[in-house]
Design a protein around this ligand. Sequence first.
Ligand code: MG
Length: 287
Amino acid sequence: METLIFSDLDGTLLDHFTYQSTAASKTLEQLISANIPVILNTSKTFAELGVINSELNLNAPFIVENGAATYIPMHTLKTQPRDTVAVGDYWVKSFCLPRLYWLKLLSEHTDEFTKCYRGFSTISVSTLSKITGLSLDDAKRAKQRQYGEPILWLGDEPAKTKFIDHLIDLGANVVKGGRFIHVGGHCDKGQALIWLTEQYRENFNNPSIMTIALGDGENDVSMLEAADVAVQIRSPVHDFPTLYRQFKVTQTKLFGPEGWTEAIQDILANKLLSHSTNKINSEVNHG
Ligand SMILES: [Mg+2]
């Protein structure tokens, strides 16, 4: 175990428009047979990831709802990681309070805004499917959130700002997404990456396990800053978000899964190259 790959889904491993990952499938197969875990790190739910992991033939840990929790299949590590609970065949580490807490907070403290918004929990599967373009089955799985509540805003902008400020005062983390305002706890993809990597390093007694993160969006920044190698995937709909780090950052030429493949193939080729160079060097040194 030497390398962990953390990947966003929408706009990264999945095409922004078609949600297909075809361009990456050969590379994914290569990684699976090389025993390099591909750890999905996404805003999607546990229910959605169950389907996607099996479609992609992945059996690695994964991170749900923007860093809210990490699911580790029990066969992954030798011992139960600290602060986890057993859920089915997984060890689960939660990084923030459950959805019920935020639903209660919304219902008890947002009376003056009730006409201005609809929460996911009050939107039917068919309406959600219409709003998002998801199939009915996918919409059903998207609704099964465990850690936060996406809000569809119906009011004007000034009221929205007031609403968000009010929730922040109440201790919520509020993230503006493309279609929804996400209300939940303070967690992010980077924190989850750091925690999971630590579990691998301890478990395999290998502090030099390297991490590669790939993502296209603003919500990937924390994970891209935290990884050893950051790959920014080119998006057809927005610019690369700004990163503070300046080293070991790549921006792909290609979009989505094509860019994903381009970057992973480059890294694998360089790794092989540096391995063989190291080997040659050590052979030279040791005569
Ligand atoms: Mg994305």
